[in-house]
Design a protein. Structure first.
Length: 145
């Protein structure tokens, strides 16, 4: 089975294979992120299954790209791109997006100016320092960077 295999071939996965365990693990993780089996709708369940299968197909295509010996065609690249987009949209539909990063605290113009002054002073002090001894001694011995 490859990354460009027919979708119905993936539905017949034997539960003991590595691929089936990978799909089951992705599906379990998605369902857990949504609150567990008892808290999701049938549509969410189906979408979790579809995303997990698309993730498997992407993994197979990635393996083919890395270990395929040059057999990765332009069509395979387009299929991989479509699968990535499908996974992205599926996760967004499920409401699973990247965690928001906290914005840095806001500064007033005066605080920003003071911070720049401190950085300039620190930069001036760093320029006054002699080069590190380790590098100077290594250069004397003929070492290069």
């Amino acid at each position: 089975m490859g990354g460009a295999s027919r979708p119905d071939a993936l539905r017949r996965l034997d539960g003991r294979t590595r691929a089936a365990k990978y799909v089951a693990g992705i599906e379990r993780a998605l369902i857990a992120d949504l609150g567990g089996r008892g808290r999701i709708t049938t549509a969410q369940q189906l979408l979790c299954e579809r995303v997990a299968l698309d993730m498997l197909r992407l993994r197979l295509l990635d393996h083919e790209l890395i270990h395929g010996g040059g057999r990765f065609s332009l069509h395979d690249g387009r299929v991989a791109s479509a699968l990535r987009n499908s996974v992205r949209l599926g996760l967004r539909t499920l409401g699973l997006e990247a965690a928001k990063v906290a914005a840095p605290p806001q500064m007033t113009a005066v605080e920003y100016g003071e911070m720049l002054d401190q950085q300039r002073k620190a930069g001036a002090k760093a320029k006054d320092k002699p080069p590190p001894r380790v590098w100077t001694e290594a250069r004397k011995r003929g070492a290069t960077r």
